[in-house]
Design a protein around this ligand. Structure first.
Ligand code: BT5
Length: 244
């Protein structure tokens, strides 16, 4: 088990053997626990993605949620998903894995999804930053073509505690910048690590579809698409992105 950390993130860590979803657990304790409390579970029985999609969470992966209570402009809250993505990319690079951000909420390595991020919250009260990272776990059946893990990429198992420790350190760093209002630094780091820019993509929210070249990520976190009809800004939300 880890020693509690000195920074904001991970000063208190709650380890669970099994839980439905660390995000749900974190929500249920958010109002009475200090900011930076982390909930980690060995496995989730009902891990969730966006729009209630299933997030496969077998033993061996890192399934965790961070409780944040940022006193920042409401407009900045959607950027918390970037704090998670940046921290994951940087933590993976400490293990020799080159990964990139797939706007809006995934981290990919070697052309496959290695991590998904789900932020939820109650305005003015708390934000739950949920991170699911495939570490030593088996890739769930049906996802072999689209998902990967640290173990697959490195050809060996890694210490889950070591990965958690690296992630907490990087989360603390990026969240520190966020609290200082350094959105410029956050955004330029996201652009640097986002492999979507410069590529042709199709974005859909289930109803509408937009096709164009991803050319920029703007202040609010919106992806800018260059389309035949002009520039379009797509806001983070329940949208999926595919490469054309
Ligand atoms: C996400 O949703 O990618 C956000 C996933 C967040 C999971 C964490 S784990 C800790 C915390 N507690 C929770 O309950 N959730 C958070 P989305 O963009 O909607 O992608 C979901 C899709 O990813 C699914 O429909 C599958 O196609 C794929 N998927 C499911 N499990 C996966 C896995 N373990 N690895 C890679 N891809 C997976």
């Amino acid at each position: 088990m880890l020693n509690p950390r000195k920074g904001i993130i991970g000063k208190k860590i709650i380890y669970l053997r099994e839980v439905s979803s660390t995000n749900d657990y974190a929500k249920s304790i958010a109002s009475e626990t200090p900011e930076g409390t982390v909930v980690v579970a060995e496995r989730q029985t009902r891990g969730r993605g966006r729009r209630d999609r299933e997030w496969a969470s077998p033993e061996g992966g890192l399934w965790m949620s961070v409780i944040l209570k940022p006193r920042t402009r409401t407009a900045d809250i959607p950027k918390i998903v970037f704090i998670g993505a940046l921290a994951v990319v940087d933590a993976l690079s400490e293990f020799g894995i080159e990964a990139g951000i797939k706007w809006p909420n995934d981290v990919w390595a070697n052309g496959k999804k290695i991590c998904g991020i789900l932020t939820e919250g109650r305005l003015g009260e708390f934000v739950i930053l949920g991170i699911g990272l495939n570490v030593n776990n088996e890739i769930p059946p049906g996802l072999e073509e689209t998902a990967t893990s640290m173990k697959l990429l490195l050809g060996r198992e890694v210490s889950l505690d070591g990965v958690l420790q690296a992630l907490l350190k990087n989360l603390d760093r990026w969240y520190g910048l966020f609290l200082k209002g350094r959105m410029d630094a956050i955004l330029s780091a996201v652009k640097e690590r986002c492999f979507v820019l410069g590529r042709n993509v199709k974005i859909t929210d289930g109803k509408m579809e937009m096709v164009g070249m991803a050319v920029d990520i703007e202040g609010e976190g919106a992806l800018v698409l260059e389309t035949p009809g002009g520039r379009i800004r797509v806001f983070y939300g329940d949208v999926s992105l595919r490469f054309e």
